[in-house]
Design a protein around this ligand. Structure first.
Ligand SMILES: C[S@@+](CC[C@H](N)C(=O)[O-])C[C@H]1O[C@@H](n2cnc3c(N)ncnc32)[C@H](O)[C@@H]1O
Length: 373
C-alpha cells in the first residue's frame, strides 16, 4: 500500500474520553511493559499519553485511517492498519470506540483471540458514542462487560477476557461477517456496473448497499474512450472506478482513499470484476485527498466527496480534493463530482477551475463537471 505526505504537526485539544482512560490507567498502575495495543486513536493523543505515563511503554496503534497514522502522536507507536495481521499476544487493549460499529465488530473478532485471560481491555468514548449495541459486542466477543460512570460526558468500558465463555472461540461461535459482499442491481440505468459484485471491508462507506448519490453518478458516468488515466478519488468500495474501467477497457485506474478498509475494498472489488492483467495495471493508494499523485498526470477524476469529518459536517476535505484535482489533471482533464444539491459545490468548483457545468440533477443530487483549462 502506498503512503505519502508528511506528518501533521498540529496538536488537537485534549479530549475528555482520552483523559479519562489515561487517568484510569495511571490510578490503577496498569503494567504497560507488555504488548499494549491502542485501537482507533484518531488524534495520536492516546498514544502520546501512554508513552508519557510510562516511557518503557511501546504501544502498537491499529488504525483504519491514513490521516490518523500520520499524526505526531502516532509516530510514537508502531502502526498497523485494521487490515494487517494483529500481534500474536495482547496484554493491554485500549479501544477508542470508533464511530463505525461494523469496524468495532470486525476488530474485536480479530483481536479477541490474541487476548489472554489476564489481559486488560478498556474502551473509552463520548457517552453519546457508547450504545447498548457497543456493549453487546464487547460482551459477546471479549467477555463480561461493565461501564464506568460518565465523567465530562465520557465513559469507560471494562471487559474481562477471563470470563469469556469457552464457546466464544470454538467452532460455532459467531463468525466475523466482514468483508460483506453484495451484488449491484441488474438495472439498465446502472450501465457498466449493473450486476457486479462489490466487496466491503468493515468501516467502508455504505458497506451494505449502494449509496443513492453513488447510484446517481453511476447512472450519469461520462462516456470516454482511449488510454486515459482515471482516478476514483475517495474510492470507498471502488464502485465508481470499476464502472469507469468496465465502460472504457483502455483506461488505467487509480483508486485512492484515506481509509485503509476502503482501499482494501476497492482492491477486492476490482480483483473480483476484471481480468488479472487489468487488475495488475491498477493502483490502490492510501493517502489524503490527491497529495500522493503527481501534477498534470491524470485525465479524469471521479469523486463523491465526504462531508462528515469525524462527526463534524465540513467541506474542508472536499475543498482539498477539488484543488488537488486541479493540480493533478492534465490540461483538458475533467473532474466529475456528485454531491448533495444544498452543498453548493458549483460555486466552489467555479472558484477553483474558473468553470463548472451541471451535467445532471435530481431533487437531491447534482453531478458537476469542471475542466482543467
Ligand atoms: C461519500 S464516500 C464515497 C465513496 C465511494 N466513492 C462511493 O461513491 O460509494 C467518501 C469517501 O471519501 C473518503 N475520504 C474521506 N476523507 C478523505 C481524504 N482526506 N482523502 C481521501 N479520501 C477521503 C472516505 O473514506 C470515503 O470512502
Amino acid at each position: 500500500m502506498t503512503s505519502t505526505t508528511p506528518a501533521d504537526e498540529s496538536r488537537p485539544a485534549p479530549d475528555a474520553a482520552d483523559d479519562y482512560v489515561l487517568r484510569h490507567l495511571a490510578e490503577t498502575a496498569v503494567d504497560l511493559t507488555g504488548t499494549v495495543v491502542v485501537l482507533g486513536d484518531r488524534t495520536g493523543e492516546l498514544v502520546r499519553g501512554l508513552v508519557t505515563l510510562d516511557e518503557s511503554c511501546h504501544p502498537l496503534l491499529i488504525t483504519d485511517s491514513y490521516l490518523a497514522s500520520r499524526t505526531s502522536g502516532a509516530q510514537l507507536a508502531q502502526v498497523l492498519t485494521t487490515q494487517d495481521e494483529p500481534p500474536e499476544r495482547i496484554d493491554v487493549l485500549v479501544v477508542r470506540i470508533p464511530k463505525s460499529l461494523a469496524l468495532l465488530e470486525d476488530q474485536l473478532h480479530r483481536l479477541a483471540p490474541r487476548l489472554r485471560p489476564d489481559s486488560m481491555v478498556v474502551g473509552t468514548g463520548k457517552a453519546t458514542e457508547i450504545h447498548t449495541s457497543t456493549l453487546t459486542l464487547f460482551e459477546q466477543l471479549v467477555g463480561p462487560t461493565r461501564t464506568s460512570l460518565a465523567v465530562r460526558k465520557a465513559r469507560l468500558i471494562f471487559s474481562a477476557p477471563a470470563g469469556r465463555p469457552a464457546e466464544a472461540l470454538e467452532p460455532g461461535a459467531p463468525e466475523n461477517p466482514w468483508p460483506l459482499r453484495y451484488q449491484l442491481p441488474v438495472d439498465k440505468y446502472l450501465g457498466a456496473a449493473a450486476g457486479r459484485t462489490v466487496v466491503n471491508y468493515a468501516g467502508v462507506f455504505c458497506a451494505d448497499r449502494l449509496d443513492i448519490g453513488t447510484r446517481f453518478m453511476l447512472e450519469n458516468l461520462p462516456v470516454r474512450r482511449g488510454a486515459e488515466r482515471v482516478v476514483d478519488l475517495g474510492c470507498g468500495n471502488g464502485v465508481l472506478g470499476l464502472a469507469a474501467a468496465v465502460a472504457n477497457p483502455a483506461a488505467r485506474l487509480t483508486f485512492l482513499d484515506e481509509s485503509f478498509p476502503a482501499v482494501a475494498s476497492a482492491r477486492a472489488t476490482f480483483a473480483e470484476n476484471v481480468p488479472v492483467e487489468r487488475y495488475e495495471q491498477a493502483e490502490f493508494v492510501a493517502g489524503d485527498a490527491l497529495t500522493p499523485l503527481s501534477t498534470a498526470s491524470v485525465d479524469l477524476v471521479l469523486n463523491n466527496p465526504p462531508f462528515h469529518a469525524h462527526r463534524a459536517t465540513s467541506d474542508e476535505t472536499a475543498w482539498r480534493m477539488f484543488t488537488g484535482a486541479r493540480r493533478v489533471l492534465r490540461p483538458g482533464g475533467e473532474l466529475w463530482v456528485v454531491a448533495n444539491r444544498h452543498l453548493g459545490y458549483h460555486g466552489k468548483l467555479r472558484r477553483v477551475f474558473g468553470n463548472c457545468e451541471t451535467v445532471a440533477g435530481n431533487a437531491k443530487f447534482v453531478i458537476l463537471r469542471a475542466v482543467r483549462k
